[in-house]
Design a protein around this ligand. Structure first.
Ligand code: AMP
Length: 210
């Protein structure tokens, strides 16, 4: 299966992509995680991306298109993949089509802005391995410590409240048009917000017909 996760920042794309990845046995590819690793390692891509990311803006399409082509060319993606946070603009989606990358479903995780703002304030990430947690809905076993690698959890710079509002604005302006793009192609599956992570996974699997 080749799946795209659409939805605003904080809609649960990363959490659900990880769950689906385990259930379906296909990798989840997050351009956000790839970019954060590049920033941490100080690579040329990371140096270019950092200022956009810190400001809650999108990284230029040519950078993303290059990263995605490289990730999808790997053998791990031969049987399918879940794209988390990419494509995020019409040119990115168009570039995928132009490269002959066909998808089975584009999942729109539809969560109201107000819920997103509340959720983002509780989000914590592991700077070492990229795992994500939420202080209320998905806390780590030990307060402030990553279950997977033991590193100390942090608040992402771009989860600061003012930046969250900027990211939501960017989402509505630049990413939301993808909903119509995939609807026109008969690929869109909208999943409405639910209260628990488990219910959301169940609704996603139902939408995918699994
Ligand atoms: P995320 O973890 O998906 O919320 O991504 C964090 C940040 O990385 C975003 O706010 C953007 O600055 C950048 N980013 C990630 N994926 C993309 C993409 N597909 N297009 C442009 N920028 C991206």
């Amino acid at each position: 299966m080749k799946i795209i996760m659409l939805g605003a920042p904080g809609a649960g794309k990363g959490t659900q992509a990880e769950i689906l990845s385990k259930k379906l046995g296909i990798p989840a590819i997050s351009t956000g995680n790839i970019l954060r690793a590049a920033v941490k390692d100080g690579t040329p891509v990371g140096l270019k991306a950092k200022s956009y990311m810190d400001a809650g803006q999108l990284v230029p399409d040519d950078v993303i298109i290059g990263i995605l082509a490289e990730a999808l060319a790997g053998p791990a993606c031969a049987n399918g993949f879940i794209l988390d946070g990419v494509p995020r603009t019409i040119p990115q989606a168009q570039a995928m089509e132009d490269q002959g990358i066909e998808i089975d479903a584009a999942l729109d995780l539809n969560v109201p802005d107000q819920t997103i703002v509340e959720r983002m304030s509780g989000r914590r990430v592991c700077p070492a391995c990229g795992a994500t947690y939420h202080m209320v809905s998905a806390p780590p076993k030990k307060d402030g410590v990553c279950d997977k690698c033991g590193a100390e959890l942090i608040v992402r710079a771009d989860d600061a409240p003012a930046t969250v509002l900027d990211r939501l604005r960017v989402y509505h302006e630049q990413t939301e048009p993808l909903i119509a793009f995939y609807k026109e192609r008969g690929k869109l599956k909208t999943v409405e917000n639910t209260t628990s992570i488990e219910e959301y996974t169940a609704a996603i699997l139902k939408a995918l017909g699994i």
